[in-house]
Design a protein around this ligand. Structure first.
Ligand code: PA5
Length: 440
C-alpha cells in the first residue's frame, strides 16, 4: 500500500516554514467530508474499478498480433498511456511488438518519422478523444485516414476509436463506417481518464493486465473515504499541499520520482494538477522533475532559491534489478567507496540525502513511498494522485474537473483555421497580426 511520510512539513522539523499537525489533520478531515458528498458528477472516476473489460481485452488481443500500434491523442488522452508504456514496459519498442508510438504534439517531423518506420498494413491506429473535437488529434487522424484509404486498406481493421459513449465526431464516424469504438464513460474527463480504455487498452496491447491497474485503484478509492486521518494519506497530502499554499505561500509543487520509469508520471501529474486547480486565481504550479537527475540541475534553487516550493518525493522501495557496483580501484577512494553497493542503494540513498539536506535548510518536503513499480502499484499511484488533486480542489472551493481557461485559445485556433461558426475569432486573429509588433 502507498504510504506518505509528511514529517518534514511539520513545524517541529522545519520551524516557521512548517505546519502544525492539528491544522493538517483538521483540513484533511474537511477534505474527506466534502469528498464523501461527491459534489460533482465527474466523481465517477472513483468507481472505475467496476468497469467491464471484455471488449477492450478482445480487441487488444487482436492488436497484439500486429507489428505497430499508434495512439493519436493529446493532454489527458495521451499522457496516461505514455506513463503506462514507460512504467510497465520500459524500452518497449526495442524489445517487443507491436511497436508503440504515442503521437500528440502535431509536430510534422515527428509524424513523418513515425510514418517512415511503420508498415501501414500491419498497423492499428487508436484515435483517443473524449470530445472528438480536438484539432490536434483530428488533424493527425485525417492524415492517417487518407493514407489508409489511398492504400485501399479497410478502415475497420486499422482504426480503433476511444471516445464518448454517444457524442462527438469520432462516435459519428465509428457508427457510419463500423469502426470499433471503445467508450470513455460519460462523466469522466480527460485528465481523470487513464483508468478507462484510454490507458487500459494500451495496457492490454502491451500485455499488462488492465484488471491489475484497477485492483490497485480500488484500494485507494476505498481508503480515500476514511475519516480516521491517521490512515488516510491521500487526504493528508491534499491538506498539506493546500495549506502550504494558503498559509505559507508556497506556490510551486515539485514532483520528484526516483525512477526513470516514472519520468512521464511527472508530466501526467503536472497536467492533472495544473488543469484541475489553476483557476479563479488559485492553485499552485506543478514542476515535473526526476531524481537523481535534477539533483544536478534544480537542487541548488530548491535549497537556496526563493521560498516558494514544496518538494514531493516519490520513492520506490525495491527496483526490479539491484545491479551490483563492482569493487575496483582499491587505492582510489573516489571509486573504492562505491564498490560492493548496488545502484538501487545509491539511488535510494541519494533520495534520502536530498530529503535530509532540504530539511536541514528548512525546506518543506514530503514523500510518497511505493513498494515497487508494477501494474497494481501504478494503479494505486494514479488513483492516489487523482484523488489528491480532486480533494485539493475541493479545499480551494473550485471545480477540479473543468478547464475554462483553455477554451479561448481553442476558439482562436478554430477561427484562424477557418472553422465555421468561429468567424469573429478568425477576424480577431487577423487584427492581432496586423497590429504593430515591437521586435528587435
Ligand atoms: O483533461 C482534459 O480534459 C484535457 O487535457 C483533454 O484530455 C485534452 O484537451 C484532450 O481532449 P479530448 O480527449 O477531448 O481530445
Amino acid at each position: 500500500m502507498i504510504r506518505l511520510d509528511f514529517s518534514n512539513v511539520l513545524s517541529d522539523e522545519i520551524g516557521h516554514n512548517g505546519l502544525s499537525l492539528d491544522d493538517i489533520q483538521s483540513h484533511a478531515l474537511r477534505a474527506v467530508s466534502i469528498f464523501s458528498r461527491k459534489p460533482y458528477k465527474e466523481f465517477d472516476f472513483v468507481d472505475l474499478h467496476n468497469q467491464n473489460l471484455d471488449e477492450l481485452k478482445e480487441i487488444g488481443k487482436k492488436v497484439r498480433e500486429k507489428d505497430y500500434f499508434i495512439i493519436l491523442g493529446i493532454g489527458g488522452s495521451a499522457l496516461g498511456p505514455k506513463v503506462i508504456l514507460e512504467a510497465l514496459s520500459p524500452l518497449h519498442n526495442l524489445k517487443e511488438k507491436p511497436r508503440v508510438f504515442i503521437y500528440d504534439n502535431v509536430d510534422p517531423v515527428t509524424l513523418r518519422n513515425i510514418i517512415e518506420v511503420i508498415n501501414l498494413k500491419k498497423t492499428v491506429i487508436n484515435v483517443i478523444s473524449k470530445s472528438g473535437a480536438t484539432s490536434e488529434t483530428l488533424a493527425s487522424f485525417l492524415i492517417f485516414w487518407r493514407m489508409i484509404k489511398d492504400r485501399k486498406l479497410n478502415v475497420r481493421e486499422h482504426f480503433v476509436f476511444t471516445t464518448d459513449p454517444d457524442r462527438g465526431n469520432l462516435r459519428t464516424i465509428a457508427q457510419e463506417y463500423g469502426i470499433p469504438a471503445l467508450t470513455i464513460p460519460k462523466n469522466i474527463v480527460g485528465r481523470y481518464s487513464v483508468l478507462t480504455p484510454v490507458g487500459l487498452f494500451l495496457s492490454e496491447v502491451v500485455g499488462v493486465k488492465a484488471e491489475e491497474l484497477l485492483r490497485g485503484a480500488k484500494e485507494i478509492s476505498k481508503m480515500a473515504f476514511n475519516e480516521n486521518i491517521n490512515e488516510n494519506p491521500v487526504a493528508t497530502l491534499s491538506s498539506v499541499l493546500y495549506l502550504m499554499d494558503t498559509m505559507k505561500k508556497r506556490k510551486i509543487v515539485v514532483f520528484l520520482p526516483y525512477s526513470d520509469r516514472l519520468k512521464t508520471l511527472s508530466e501526467w501529474f503536472s497536467q492533472l494538477w495544473a488543469e484541475s486547480l489553476g483557476k479563479d486565481g488559485r492553485g499552485t504550479t506543478p514542476y515535473p522533475s526526476l531524481g537523481t537527475t535534477d539533483q544536478h540541475s534544480q537542487l541548488q534553487i530548491w535549497m537556496e532559491g526563493p521560498e516558494d516550493k514544496v518538494i514531493l518525493f516519490l520513492s520506490i522501495e525495491r527496483h526490479e534489478y539491484q545491479e551490483e557496483i563492482p569493487e575496483e580501484f582499491h587505492d582510489i577512494e573516489g571509486l573504492r567507496f562505491l564498490g560492493g553497493h548496488t545502484l538501487e542503494e545509491l539511488l535510494n540513498t541519494e533520495q534520502l540525502a536530498t530529503e535530509m539536506a532540504l530539511t536541514t535548510n528548512r525546506k518543506p518536503n514530503l514523500k510518497i513511498i511505493i513498494p515497487k513499480i508494477d501494474a497494481y502499484n501504478l494503479g494505486q499511484l494514479f488513483q492516489f494522485l487523482q484523488i489528491t488533486t480532486c480533494m485539493t480542489g475541493l479545499l480551494y472551493g473550485i471545480n477540479p474537473f473543468n478547464q475554462p481557461g483553455v477554451e479561448l485559445g481553442k476558439r482562436l485556433t478554430y477561427g484562424a483555421m477557418g472553422k465555421r461558426g468561429f468567424e469573429s475569432e478568425g477576424q480577431e486573429v487577423k487584427n492581432y497580426l496586423k497590429k504593430q509588433r515591437f521586435m528587435v
